[in-house]
Design a protein around this ligand. Sequence first.
Ligand SMILES: [Fe+2]
Length: 289
Amino acid sequence: MAEAKTVEIAMTKLTPTIGCEIGGVELASVSNDTMAAVRDALNRHKVLVFRDQTLEPRDQLAFGAHFGEFEIHPFRESIPGHPELLKIAKEPHERTNVGGGWHTDMTFMPEPPLGTMLYAIEVPEGLGDTMFTDNQAAFDALSEGMRDMLVELDAVHCAERVHGVAATRNQSAFRQTAGQKSEATREVVHPVVRRHPESGRPGLFVNPAFTYRFDDMTEAESRPLLAFLFNHLTRPEFVVRVRWTPRTLVVWDNRCTQHFALNDYQGQRREMRRLMIKGDRPTAARTNP
Ligand SMILES: [Fe+2]
């Protein structure tokens, strides 16, 4: 039997708990042993940054395939010929950007993506950073009483505010068939505290873009505690800010993070290529593993 090889990859932590820059890896030709180290790093650091990667669409898809099947976004338009890849671009004349608010990708779905891989094609120098939160560290920092209460709760997620008719009326980047309009109003219930399926760690799983209220409560009743959690999640000690350079690929674990794309580059162009990996149905941390 072949002995399992341990591959060393060069890792530089960006904060004590979230974010890690990885060197010495060429993603276009990554081996299975290196992938095992990358997967392990993702479980520990939640956001991985790879610099100076030359990745054609097929290379990004090949790297993504190591993580699982691809997710296709129900509302956004894909790159012609590559239904799994999204072009995330902001032109110099455009004022709003994609992802310019705290969110976890697509938690309005019953099985939100495992992770997302964003590849920088064109970035304004020193601008358009992305911030990420560590939802596990944020949960750990709560009092025992608050943690005990939250693990018993579920929350309702919905896409309407971001992808509903009113939100997308003037945005040509969105597809909106009749079926998608009704899908945008569908409500999905997820645990407020999610157990990570690989690391087993509990983490908050609410975000201001898609989490509307606690299950069996009104929005008004839910608002104060949700507002506290949204604010708590973005405390500086749980946040890492990633600076983009052309040909950087960032992979984030969508099961235990939120992110926010800064919109501070008015009049300049930014283009990224996004790939998402299918995820599983979130498991409540109150459920024994
Ligand atoms: Fe996003």
